[in-house]
Design a protein around this ligand. Structure first.
Ligand code: 5BU
Length: 281
């Protein structure tokens, strides 16, 4: 099978195919810092999360959070995270996985304790409620320059987001337009080449971000499944790899977490360079 055309284009050259400020920022950072690594900081306190971010910040293009995990969440956490994102040059992705009707998600995104839209560059949503979920989130996020990913596939065993569901999710994003929906959480290039539209010689470009990445473990006891950075980036065409426990869970203290992030950054970047070489063959 020939490689997906988007995967043969360097990140920097893909910037011009985007208008969403968050998509542009992600691709710029990836190119500047030579990293396609996102670290997920699923720890139980805000202080621990910030400590991980300080250690891995230099190696990542993105920090992914689940702020509802923290037992001590306050707005001071997001203020510090935003400060670090500017200092260390990364994008913030709150992995909220919205899944309700448009009106409810617009309130969940803008309000409540977490006020996600006020600090998170990127968030994501399930397609199961239909296009109203995109409309509800975009009403809040688009004026702020935020971006949205749709969940087209999941990394966990037995996921129902497969086949027709995945295809319909892609179509939903395509119909919504890329002013706000910039790509997918997926395990494969769900933006199949033959479905991409072309305008004035420019092909539609979507960012594919893949969780379920590990260099050591193959999975966990709760259905998570891991692939290596190379499997994700070269074999399946992912643009960004998302790693959680493989990095923050490594034993050996502060330096070990920093070193592990660097190890994943290198693995992800070498895989990206390897796939670009396919373009020259
Ligand atoms: P891990 O520690 O690398 O297994 O963490 C993976 C993270 O990615 C975790 O925050 C999950 O909530 C998230 N995730 C995932 O693992 N698989 C998916 O399909 C989606 C998100 Br969507």
């Amino acid at each position: 099978m020939s490689p997906h055309p988007t995967t043969l284009i360097p990140y920097a050259e893909r910037i011009k195919a985007h208008t969403n400020p968050t998509a542009i920022k992600i691709l710029q950072i990836m190119d500047r810092k030579k990293t396609n690594l996102a670290v997920s900081v699923d720890v139980s306190t805000a202080a621990e999360a910030l400590e991980v971010v300080r250690r891995v910040g230099a190696s990542v293009c993105m920090v992914k959070t689940h702020v509802d995990i923290f037992e001590d969440f306050t707005p001071a956490f997001t203020e510090e995270l935003v400060r670090l994102s500017k200092k260390l040059d990364f994008v913030i992705f709150e992995d909220r996985k919205f899944a309700d009707i448009g009106n409810t998600v617009s309130l969940q995104y803008s309000s409540g304790v977490h006020k996600i839209a006020s600090w998170s560059d990127l968030t994501n949503a399930h397609s199961v409620p239909g296009p109203g979920i995109i409309a509800g989130l975009s009403k809040i996020g688009q004026p702020l320059g935020r971006g949205l990913l749709l969940l087209a596939e999941m990394s966990s065993k037995g996921s129902l987001a497969v086949g027709g569901y995945t295809e319909e999710t892609f179509k939903m994003a395509q119909e919504a337009g890329r002013e706000f929906v910039i790509g997918f959480i997926a395990q494969n290039r769900v933006d199949k080449a033959e479905l991409l539209k072309e305008k004035e010689g420019e092909r539609e470009d979507y960012l594919i971000m893949s969780p379920g990445v590990g260099l050591a473990a193959k999975g966990d006891s709760l259905g998570q499944q891991y692939r290596t950075p190379r499997e994700c980036v070269v074999d399946s065409g992912a643009d960004v790899i998302i790693v959680g426990r493989g990095i923050y869970g490594v034993s050996g203290g502060e330096a070990a977490v920093r070193d592990e992030a660097e190890r994943y950054r290198k693995a992800g970047w070498e895989a990206y360079e390897e796939r670009l070489k396919l373009a020259k063959q």
